[in-house]
Ligand binder design. Structure first.
Ligand code: ZN
Length: 271
């Protein structure tokens, strides 16, 4: 409680400070002035690559009750606001730890932190994905990227940009399921992932439900990449603001002890 009191005290001071620099615009709305000393480097733009975790996120088919929140305390009754939430580990924008498919593989909390920050490599696949929902990104796409920007660096976080985030959170269009129950959305090919493993990348990311394409029945990419110690981030948000080369990525999953995966914040730091 002591810490809370101190925090509240500090917050009051900050608020008091802010109120003295509130200015009134021509329309009469309150706007704080720009601080004299920015808290972060001003030139760097940060793009949030995650969807907010909530009950309307499209779940994997067959997953029932994937997410729930329950009130725990309210300002009115208790003087403070807290909730309890339950979520599947693989729901919303989330991380797959290698343990997801490999017995003895790293769980979420065991992934070394230095693997969660690295150069962001964006592999462009919007046109192919728009023309073919079963598109699998081939090794030639990796070769094309390297011809333009040089060898993919060790520790890179490789993001496949399919444009599928535009369909979020429309579960019908996002899963794109046929009458036989098979989903149709693009993903990585085994050949491309073999090459990326050779390059020593840390993880794969995609703006669909899975790094394996939707119609996959054997999850070949999951087995291969997790077997090589790579993690995945799935259900990424719109990647259109991230350049193909030159940005960095931060993958920040919930640090869940023993987790096969978990909800994640993912950021791109633009050059
Ligand atoms: Zn997953």
């Amino acid at each position: 409680m002591d810490a809370m009191m101190k925090t509240a005290g500090f917050g009051t001071l900050v608020l008091a400070g802010l109120s003295s620099i509130v200015v009134f615009g021509v329309m009469g709305e309150k706007r704080p002035r720009k601080p004299v000393t920015p808290a972060a480097p001003a030139a760097r733009r940060i793009v949030d690559l995650g969807h907010p975790l909530g009950p309307d996120n499209p779940p994997w088919p067959g997953d029932s009750n994937p997410f729930e929140t329950l009130p725990n305390a309210s300002i009115e009754k208790d003087g403070y606001f807290t909730r309890k939430f339950t979520s599947l580990e693989h729901f919303g924008t989330h991380l797959d730890a290698p343990a997801h498919f490999v017995k003895g593989g790293w769980t979420v909390d065991q992934i070394p932190a230095e693997r969660l920050y690295g150069p962001a490599v964006v592999l462009e696949a919007r046109q192919e994905s728009a023309g073919n929902a079963d598109y699998r990104l081939g090794a030639e796409k990796v070769a094309q990227w390297e011809a333009k920007y040089g060898r993919i660096p060790r520790g890179a976080i490789v993001l496949m940009r399919t444009g599928w985030a535009e369909r979020w959170p429309d579960v019908r269009r996002y899963r794109n399921m046929d009458s036989a129950g098979s989903m149709h959305f693009p993903g990585f090919s085994v050949e491309a992932v073999k090459l990326l493993i050779e390059r020593g990348v840390a993880g794969l990311g995609i703006d669909t439900l899975s790094v394996d394409y939707g119609a996959s029945k054997d999850f070949a990419v999951h087995h291969l990449s997790h077997g090589a110690g790579l993690y995945h981030v799935e259900n990424l948000a719109d990647l259109s603001a991230v350049p193909e080369a030159g940005a960095s990525a931060v993958v920040a999953p919930i640090n869940l002890e023993g987790g096969s995966g978990g909800p994640a914040r993912v950021f791109a730091l633009l050059p």
